[in-house]
Design a protein around this ligand. Sequence first.
Ligand code: SF4
Length: 328
Amino acid sequence: MDQMTLVRDRSDALYAPVSRLMTREDWEQNFANDIRAILRLKRERNAVILAHNYQTPEIFHCISDIRGDSLALAREAQRAEEQVIVMAGVHFMAETAKLMNPEKTVLIPDSMAGCSLAESITAENVRALKATYPGVPVVTYVNSSVAVKAETDICCTSGNARKIVESLGVPRVIMIPDEFLAQNIQNETGIEMLTWPGHCEVHERFTPLEIRQYRRMHPGVVVLAHPECPPEVVAEADYAGSTAGMMEFVATRQPKKVLLVTECSMSDNLAALNPAVEFVRPCNLCPHMKRITLSSIRRALENMEEEVTIPDELFPQARRAVERMLAI
Ligand code: SF4
């Protein structure tokens, strides 16, 4: 095979996963250079790229090695063999990766990639809650800072929250910081939740009226909602679950038409994998996730920045809360 054919074949293989989402011209003009550079840098730096399901398709499909929801990324971060981990996700995810890999270099391409849930609560707030409800276990959603995790008995994700809460065997828990996730889990389990008024700025915007309108416009559409949505929205859905749960639902059931009530890159990423499914696309973007771009990932690998560190005094307690979750 001559050199030109080899280069073209490699390029075709890189473009193939997103070919249903953009033209070849668009891909070549806007993405291909960065993608090729990132793939080269990954080899040179001995790096692995973890991408959350809300990353844009060119990141999710073309350069990432491990993809998934917060739970999958936390698990896989623990197993990564490469010396450098690049988190294509938000800051708390990079902190979790560092907690599980203290000896490795963890990079976040943009340290301003935060999260409205993580920023809604401080360690001091958690200490005050524990003082108000002594003896009540604290379950903390992974969408939280390492300082908050360090005040926590056990972490959870949207994918395992029910299992974690039930595993405690108690009639009530303090569940922070996502009020809606806690209310949805209370509705599922009957276990009393002492909540904190933190919300995801993407999921809190959905309304029951909006879902009913989509159903009227798209008869037969199957509605999948993320449990960070308000309970009244979850009540309108056919299924509620984490992004990993939604992916599995679509992959195994192949609904003719589906509405994902979550961040809008999910639909793009799933559309590339499920050509027979039509996606109705409400578009609520997470501005924090969208701070991560091909060029910021390329820059992170070129300059080996921005490195995530964890204060020594927070490390053991925070790691214990994540490890307890991963053990269940
Ligand atoms: S989608 Fe919501 S929960 Fe996820 S990072 Fe963005 S603000 Fe945080």
